[in-house]
Ligand binder design. Sequence first.
Ligand SMILES: CC(C)(COP(=O)(O)OP(=O)(O)OC[C@H]1O[C@@H](n2cnc3c(N)ncnc32)[C@H](O)[C@@H]1OP(=O)(O)O)[C@@H](O)C(=O)NCCC(=O)NCCS
Length: 205
Amino acid sequence: MSSNVKFIKTHEINLDNVNVRRAHKGDEEGVYKIACSVTEGVRDSYQGFLIDDYHKYPEYYIELFKDRIEYLRYFYVAELGGRIIGFSLAYKKEMWIKYNPTWIEDIHWHPSFDKSLLDDFILIDKTAIDAEYTGEGIGSKIYKRIIEDMRENDIHYIFSETVVNPLPNFASLAFRQKQNYIMAGFRYEEHKGEIYSDMVYYKKI
Ligand SMILES: CC(C)(COP(=O)(O)OP(=O)(O)OC[C@H]1O[C@@H](n2cnc3c(N)ncnc32)[C@H](O)[C@@H]1OP(=O)(O)O)[C@@H](O)C(=O)NCCC(=O)NCCS
């Protein structure tokens, strides 16, 4: 698929200057700005997007990120010159199910999917890179760090979702394809009265 996808690069950066670290208190506004940057205006399939309307409810979302930074082990930011330019918000199974109690039942699992893989996992909920810096390897650098930490904590399965309808997120699909995810199932979710279809996939690490 990636060969059909328009991939816009605006900067050339040295990845060594990008610092990936766990998010900490005080990062919530920087994270919020990145989330806004990929939802404002018209959503673009090729650049990717997040579905929440971050810019409409700043206080709510800044507070939400603050809460997640405090309670989640797998929340990372990428910094360049001291500025947050990307983030990835991931949940350990217990936390994901705490916030999304019906997630496992809601998925139409592929018949070949082995549900025992759900015993312990990390779910990558949201990843977003400042549009000026996409295509530079920053998302991959964050992802590598998540995997290192998972291995250290003896967790071997990673799950993720991508919206394919009403507007497909080609950037996310290509990003996951590059990481060799395997299709696990399908989920429908409602957002502002509209039904979204999400592909659910996983990977053994
Ligand atoms: C999807 C996203 C996180 C990828 O991060 P990134 O830092 O740009 O990704 P990388 O530079 O590490 O790219 C790794 C691979 O993913 C694929 N890829 C990433 N973004 C792509 C895009 N927009 N179009 C096509 N392929 C893309 C490419 O195969 C790329 O490998 P290559 O450079 O060897 O071709 C980023 O584009 C983004 O934040 N988009 C907006 C928000 C979003 O859609 N998030 C995903 C939903 S949770």
